[in-house]
Ligand binder design. Structure first.
Ligand SMILES: C[S@@+](CC[C@H](N)C(=O)[O-])C[C@H]1O[C@@H](n2cnc3c(N)ncnc32)[C@H](O)[C@@H]1O
Length: 252
């Protein structure tokens, strides 16, 4: 990892690696409960934005220590990460943990290189809303409302998509987009988070306030909600929890 992160006063360079331990741990637990616990077959899973690789690596390592081999998931995950510094860190962690046969990393844009025939897409996508990408970490820019990349991931026609959705990044727009693409919400997990290093940048915080005035951001003085959402094509879904998720994400 290049440099060390401290809270709001520090400057971050282009090659900085995303660092928000609370968020990455939550993503890791969502992967475990919403994706990896679902089967024992060897499915192909693709990941948008692997970062330093720790969320997937930690889930796989926890499964290896807690679940007997016969009932353990054997999914193979192909992770795509655009930032070369993050890719290098992730690659060396995979080597260290001897997980090359389970987690294959690519230093490429997901949109250029990801296989189209995967069973499931997973991501903690860039969701920082801002008028342009001149923010602390440009690769975290999620477009005007923060949901642009997330919504694009929902147009790629993977049967299942597990993505983190933030309550300040137009969550209702994402749920609408998912429905238009034929997805329903079949499971979710939610955690409260405090505004962190990237979302506390004044330019971003002021923009989020504008989104709230437009009914596109939901948060309190202290927290926002981050949800791990499992979307599945309605043809393979057994339940639709979209209304329940709307209630939670708009509660603040
Ligand atoms: C919010 S971070 C998540 C990192 C990691 N998954 C985690 O949860 O700790 C989003 C990541 O997406 C990467 N990214 C942005 N655009 C990308 C693209 N087009 N293809 C692949 N990765 C991309 C960023 O560099 C960043 O590392």
């Amino acid at each position: 990892m290049t440099g060390t992160l401290t809270r709001p006063t520090q400057t971050v360079t282009e090659t900085e690696v995303f660092s928000c331990p609370e968020e990455s741990h939550f993503y890791s637990h969502c992967l475990e409960r919403l994706v990896f616990s679902q089967c024992t077959d060897a499915r192909l899973i693709v990941e948008f934005g692997s970062g330093d690789g720790s969320p997937v690596i930690n889930s796989l390592m926890r499964a290896a220590s807690q679940i007997p081999e016969g009932s353990r998931c054997k999914d193979v995950i192909h992770g795509f990460e655009l930032n070369p510094s993050a890719y290098d860190v992730a690659k060396s962690r995979v080597d260290q943990c001897e997980l090359h046969d389970r987690y294959v990393l690519h230093n490429k844009s997901f949109f250029d290189a990801a296989p189209k025939d995967a069973h499931c897409l997973i991501a903690n996508p860039p969701y920082i809303p801002a008028p342009d990408n001149q923010i602390r970490m440009p690769l975290l820019h999620g477009g005007f409302d923060g949901a642009t990349l997330t919504n694009r991931l929902l147009t790629l026609n993977y049967p299942s998509v597990m993505v983190l959705v933030s309550s300040y990044s137009n969550p209702l727009g994402t749920l609408e987009c998912a429905a238009e693409q034929g997805y329903v919400v079949t499971d979710f997990m939610v955690t409260p988070l405090q505004f962190g290093y990237y979302s506390s940048e004044p330019k971003v915080r002021n923009w989020i306030e504008k989104l709230r005035e437009n009914g596109q951001a939901f948060y309190s003085d202290n927290i926002y909600f981050l949800a791990g959402v499992l979307f599945q094509h309605s043809s393979i879904a057994s339940v639709d929890l979209t209304d329940e998720l709307v209630q939670v994400m708009t509660a603040l």
